[in-house]
Design a protein around this ligand. Structure first.
Ligand SMILES: Cc1ncc(C[n+]2csc(CCOP(=O)(O)OP(=O)(O)O)c2C)c(N)n1
Ligand SMILES: [Mg+2]
Length: 806
């Protein structure tokens, strides 16, 4: 539970007596001072080896207390690692929880933000229950899970603020009582001065100005980014000066921009109250540039700032320490006496020390039983093998043993006792095996939400056709699917470049903006990172975004956001937050270096935690969308660029039939060789199979349909058991997604044992395909390539029956 007594209160001078005012101020000072103590002690814990690394909020305490005053239930924060004081002041974190995270305690409840998975000061609040269902987000102070990449919080911030706009303006969403109260929620962002140099910062600032959303961004300006001073970071060394063009004018929407000194407590309280009122009431983005901040302990535990700050700067920082300045102001304005302040400080030191000790002891206590059990168990095995007694003794004498030391001892004892079977050894083995599930839960679980709305739980409904079913362009299948789903579920929104007015570059959304309105189907600027962030923020607040990347090649512009933020969300919060964003894009074969990409291994490498759908045609794509729209996990769907105008039969249940994820299909049965392929390459393989059948070769073609997850019912290996030959065909680079598929089929599905020859891959060349049809022919697998590769494999197995072509 949050430590309620720490939390700050708003100051309304008109209604407060002096004593009330005084007690609020003293409480704020106490929060700031306790936070400073947490930083000082936290650093010490790292330097004495009890934690691996620490980064703290010292020097930023006072503005964060002021910001917390304006932060209400239902509001959202998307910030960075300096915000511990804000977390304490809002009750998002207690000091003990802060230390539990520093120690990486994975015990349930100890670090409620990340289950011991994230570095310290990476906060998150619980949006989602164990079963994946949503909490009432209007009743809590919401904090979206922090990430370490500088500026990475900005993309998501746009979406968190944009959700308020949709909740306020789209009355069809009024029924979503657990997510918003009339869109009154402000999305608070924080960022360091140096991180404003990142592209995503400027992209987000511009997007929020265009969108006119209630986003309140605070810049903590301490004039440095680790060792690099402002003159290398920011034009004119002043970010609010640079951003002046964003200031709104009476006839031109934009931002309200404020600048305030970070050590001036009364000014900070006033600015935050004013700024957030504008932001909340008028839905105008505001920017609060908080200057003259310091870093009393330097950037992090990785090094000291004396190396790069001048004596003058260090002296200036000591003098301008925000807590000392607040203290002086309290004395000067007679809000508190020296004695009163000294008492607060003394008590704070004791309180923080106790919280730290408790967190440390709980961490150790969670491991001690395992340590003791292992010492006893190895001791038992050592009865038969005295040389093992040393392992038990070493572990027994390890003070403050961590889990790694316990398991290193167990595994060593198991290895050394191989061949010496005894009941004691069996006991040790049993214990070790039993622990696997606990450690999986602690360190490996929740890559996906895996709740009651997991895609796995969505009922499978086959596509239905009747006499009226017509042949239509592929794009019309998608269009009909989107239309029915937008009718069914008001939470669905779609946005991207050229997606609104013209209904996307391939007409999948044609006519739908006119029908469902601009709030639901919307054009955006050319800004891939914040298109993704817009999706993440909306999805975190209960909406169902389809965030479009115009061409797969341009997913690279958004890959950081997808990989760092979206794909890692469930894992890094151990399932307490989710963002079911559906990333829609189109790729594979077309023409040119940036319009024919199939960088699938890049996606497979970067986006574990998301689903990757690679439908071969628009009907399969529609079925996957139907599954994803009803589920609550994020996915990328790659439509085939060359498939929009191919004719497909329109299912009569186009908005309802579902294609389950991970379900491979045998497209054509055969007996001689198994070919696994996906997306546009499948048509090439099918064409090749026709000619091969004339040569007496029977090809079994398998479409895995999704690569994450991959063929969960082992269709591929069952086929291999019949054909004993495997070829993987795709348009990625050599050793790209085809290598992934080989690993899945040959290793994971144990296809190796069915092979009677070398498994092969046929991929595109290592370079991107040149423009023009000839460039395509000489760069990507062609029908000729597929025929000849398969034939060669048959020749290798039986040269008499299949004489060489060349
Ligand atoms: C994308 C990325 N690049 C580099 C880093 C390493 N890094 C961590 S903090 C930091 C400096 C950030 O400075 P600033 O934004 O001013 O925040 P401050 O730490 O001063 O509060 C850097 C370069 C990172 N975490 N992420
Ligand atoms: Mg800085």
């Amino acid at each position: 539970m949050p430590n309620e007594k720490l939390m700050t209160n708003t100051i309304d001078a008109s209604e407060l007596s002096f004593n009330d005012f005084k007690s609020i101020v003293i409480n704020d000072y106490k929060i700031a001072f306790e936070s400073r103590q947490a930083s000082v002690l936290g650093r010490r814990e790292v330097l004495t080896g009890k934690a691996k690394f620490g980064i703290f909020g010292d020097g930023k305490e006072v503005p964060q207390v002021a910001m917390a005053k304006a932060f209400k239930n239902g509001d959202w924060r998307s910030g960075y690692y300096r915000d511990q004081t804000f977390a304490f002041a809002t009750g998002i974190s207690t000091i003990k929880e802060f230390f539990a995270q520093l120690y990486a305690n994975p015990t349930d409840g100890a670090d409620p933000f990340s289950g011991g998975r994230q570095m310290n000061c990476h906060f998150a609040t619980k949006s989602v229950n164990e079963d994946g269902s949503w909490n009432d987000l209007t009743q809590i102070k919401n904090c979206s899970s922090d990430i370490s990449p500088t500026g990475g919080q900005m993309a998501r911030l746009v979406g968190l603020a944009y959700a308020s706009k949709l909740f306020r303006q789209n009355k069809e969403l009024d029924y979503l009582k657990h997510f918003s109260v009339n869109g009154n929620e402000v999305a608070f962002g924080t960022i360091g001065n140096a991180s404003t140099s990142e592209g995503v910062f400027f992209e987000a600032i511009n997007a929020a100005g265009v969108l006119q959303i209630p986003m309140a961004i605070s810049i903590w300006d301490d004039a440095y980014g680790i060792s690099v001073p402002a003159k290398y970071q920011t034009t004119k060394e002043d970010i609010s000066e640079v951003l002046k063009g964003f200031q709104r004018e009476p006839d031109q929407p934009g931002y309200e921009i404020y600048k305030v000194k970070g050590w001036d407590y009364p000014a900070l309280c006033e600015v935050y109250e004013k700024a957030i009122n504008v932001c909340r009431n008028e839905h105008v983005p505001v920017l609060i540039h908080v200057t003259e901040l310091t870093q009393p302990q330097g950037h992090s535990t990785s090094g000291s700032h004396e190396r790069y700050k001048s004596k003058d700067r260090l002296a200036w920082e000591t003098e301008h320490d925000c807590i000392l300045k607040m203290r002086a102001w309290m004395l000067d304005s007679a809000v508190a006496t020296e004695e009163e302040i000294a008492t607060v400080e003394k008590d704070a030191k004791v309180f923080v020390r106790n919280a730290q000790k408790e967190a440390w002891n709980e961490f150790l206590d969670s491991i001690k039983p395992e340590q003791k059990q292992v010492v006893d168990l190895i001791g038992g095995v050592a009865k038969h093998q005295p040389e093992l007694a040393k392992i038990a003794a070493n572990l027994a004498s390890t003070a403050d043993a961590q889990r790694r030391e316990v398991f290193t001892a167990v595994r060593k004892a198991i290895r050394l006792s191989a061949g010496f079977n005894s009941p004691e050894r069996n006991e040790l083995l049993t214990w070790y095996k039993q622990q696997a599930k606990f450690n999986y839960g602690r360190y490996n679980s929740k890559l996906h939400t895996d709740g009651k709305e997991s895609p796995d739980m969505i009922a499978v409904v086959n596509a239905a056709y009747d006499e009226q079913s017509k042949m239509v362009d592929g794009r019309e299948v998608l269009n009909a699917c989107f239309n029915e789903n937008f009718e069914r579920d008001p939470r669905l929104v779609a946005f991207g470049e050229d997606l609104g007015n013209i209904g996307d570059v391939n007409q999948g959304f044609a006519g739908l903006q006119a029908k469902y309105g601009e709030l639901r189907i919307t054009d955006t600027g050319i800004r891939e990172m914040t298109i993704m962030g817009q999706g993440i923020g909306l999805a975190m607040r209960g909406l169902k975004p389809i965030a479009e990347i115009q061409y797969l090649d341009y997913l690279i512009f958004a890959l950081n956001v997808l990989s760092d933020d979206l794909a890692s969300l469930s894992y890094r919060t151990k399932g307490i937050q989710k963002a079911p964003v559906i990333v829609r894009t189109r790729g594979h074969r077309l023409e040119g270096i940036w319009h024919s990409g199939s960088p699938i291994s890049m996606i497979l490498g970067a986006l574990r935690g998301m689903h990757l759908c690679v439908p071969r045609n628009m009907t399969q794509a529609a079925g996957m969308y139907n599954t994803l729209f009803r589920a609550d996990e994020p996915a990328v769907v790659i439509e085939c660029l060359n498939g929009y105008r191919l004719k497909e039969k329109l299912p009569s249940n186009v908005g309802d039939f579902t294609v389950p994820l991970g379900k491979a299909e045998v497209l054509e049965e055969g007996t001689d060789i198994t070919v696994v392929s996906y997306g546009s390459s499948l048509r090439i393989v099918q064409e090749a199979a026709e000619e091969l059948s004339l040569l007496g070769i029977s090809v079994e073609i398998i479409d895995p349909q999704t690569l994450l997850p991959f063929d969960t019912t082992q269709v591929c290996v069952k086929s291999l058991a019949k054909t004993n030959k495997l070829l993987v065909v795709d348009e990625d680079v050599p050793g790209g997604a085809s290598a992934y598929i080989l690993q899945k089929v040959v290793e994971e599905q144990k296809g190796y044992f069915h092979l009677d020859g070398q498994p092969k891959t046929l991929s595109a060349k290592a370079h991107r395909p040149p423009f023009g049809s000839d460039g395509d022919y000489f760069s990507k697998p062609s029908v000729d390539d597929v025929i000849e590769t398969i034939y060669q494999m048959m020749h290798d197995a039986n040269p008499t029956k299949y004489p060489a072509f060349f």
